[in-house]
Design a binder for this molecule. Structure first.
Ligand code: PLP
Length: 402
């Protein structure tokens, strides 16, 4: 490889750990191994039929040409309606943008605003892509570790001590990937109170797991809890997790018109509008009755219970019930230092995850990928029988540790 052909910014980033684990799973499968993948961040449910048919209809009706970069008027209207109904947030059409996944919108927002080692506060554990996106924008991720004891949430004291005059963004993700933690309105207000004295700091509220909550827990988005900061808050959401539409690549964001306009310029010079077919499907997703969600939540809650019971039965693992998303973030510090049947010592969470993959053929992700070593992320959005079998394999494998 000729290093002179590689941009320096590429030396600052690494491939997404979720993509790495998927490659390892494929490799084991090619060797004829039966691997259960609890590493993927996507629901196993099919996209609801009505939404798929809306996409098919768009194709048949030749809605297959370029649209406005930030999305069709119909989609923006559906997004505005969603924010008004679910979050009591009122956005004008020039304050809304649709893109090819929430990921693209987060990337574009950072690229449009961060430069020259500007700082971005990211509470850990965090979604794997935030720090590398900040680095790609020439910024400096400022990782603030949150503790299991504080429910994995950033406190106002922690925020206060992380803020500097170089801070450009605070990224909040609720419900959180990987912990499922959900900020209450009063916790968000306390963070907003601190930010009031920092007018040059923007807030990114990544709400992508919003509807996936358990035990009736309520929800407030940051801009809703702190309306006085709405003019510097970007609320990001999408249909990937809420409607099992990861492959459709459709996300949306709302915030101040100046920021949305910059994101739109960036998008116009890179990918243009999101797929017209996905836009039509998303209009259906956002406007149809969402009764299917109750059934999904019931199923997911049962799976969460199964995983928590299994964890409770394994000496060396522990976890609290997460409030949202579809992950359990398990403490595996009790497995670290243990010896495998072939005499190897498990030195850290990376060793533990690799050993579980090789021994039990169950793929999960090490906490260090999320900035929190000593933990494992178990995604339970897989079919019940597979999950049952994965739990059994995990228990059997851990019994062999000395
Ligand atoms: C916290 C979080 N934000 C954003 C995304 C990206 O979602 P999308 O599929 O809409 O790009 C993910 C996907 O895993 C996520 O976990």
């Amino acid at each position: 490889m000729n290093n002179r052909l590689i941009a320096r910014r590429m030396l600052r980033v690494k491939p997404s750990p979720t993509a790495v684990i998927s490659d390892q799973v494929r490799e084991l499968e090619q060797q004829g191994k039966n691997v259960i993948n609890l590493g993927e961040g996507e629901l196993d449910f099919a996209t609801p039929d009505a939404i798929s048919y809306a996409g098919i209809e768009a194709i048949v009706n030749h809605q297959t040409k370029y649209t406005a970069v930030a999305g069709t008027a119909e989609l923006k209207e559906a997004i505005a309606q969603k924010f008004a109904q679910d979050n009591q947030l009122c956005y004008h059409k020039d304050e809304i943008i649709a893109g090819s996944g929430a990921k693209q919108l987060i990337f574009n927002a950072l690229m449009a605003t961060v430069e020259d080692e500007d700082e971005v506060i990211i509470p850990a554990p965090y979604w794997v892509s935030y720090p590398d996106m900040v680095r790609l924008a020439d910024g400096e991720p400022v990782i603030v570790p949150c503790s299991e004891q504080s429910g994995w949430k950033l406190t106002s004291e922690q925020l206060q001590s992380a803020l500097t005059d170089k801070t450009r963004w605070l990224i909040l993700n609720s419900p959180n990937n990987p912990t499922g933690a959900i900020y209450s309105a009063s916790e968000l207000k306390a963070l907003a109170e601190v930010l009031r004295d920092y007018p040059n700091v923007l807030v990114m509220s990544d709400d992508i797991y919003e509807p996936l909550r358990y035990r009736g827990i309520g929800y407030q988005s940051f801009a809703q809890a702190a309306p006085e900061l709405a003019d510097r808050t970007l609320t990001v959401n999408g249909v990937s997790k809420s409607h099992a539409m990861t492959g459709w690549r459709l996300g949306y964001a709302a915030g101040p018109a100046w920021l949305i306009s910059l994101m739109q310029i960036l998008q116009s010079q890179s990918t243009s509008n999101p797929s017209t077919i996905s836009q039509a499907a998303a209009v259906c997703a956002l406007t149809q009755n969402e009764q299917f969600l109750d059934g999904w939540r019931d199923k997911l809650a049962k799976r969460q219970d199964k995983v928590l019971q299994t964890i409770a039965s394994i000496d060396g693992l522990s976890a609290d019930a997460p409030d949202g998303a579809f992950y359990v973030f398990a403490n595996c510090q009790g497995l670290i230092g243990k010896k495998t049947a072939d005499g190897k010592i498990l030195n850290d969470d990376v060793d533990v995850a690799a050993w579980i993959l090789s021994q039990a053929h169950v793929a999960l992700l090490q906490g260090s990928a999320f900035g929190m070593p000593g933990y494992l992320r178990i995604a339970y959005a897989v079919d019940d029988a597979l999950l049952e079998s994965a739990c059994e394999r995990l228990s059997n494998a851990c019994q062999q540790l000395a």
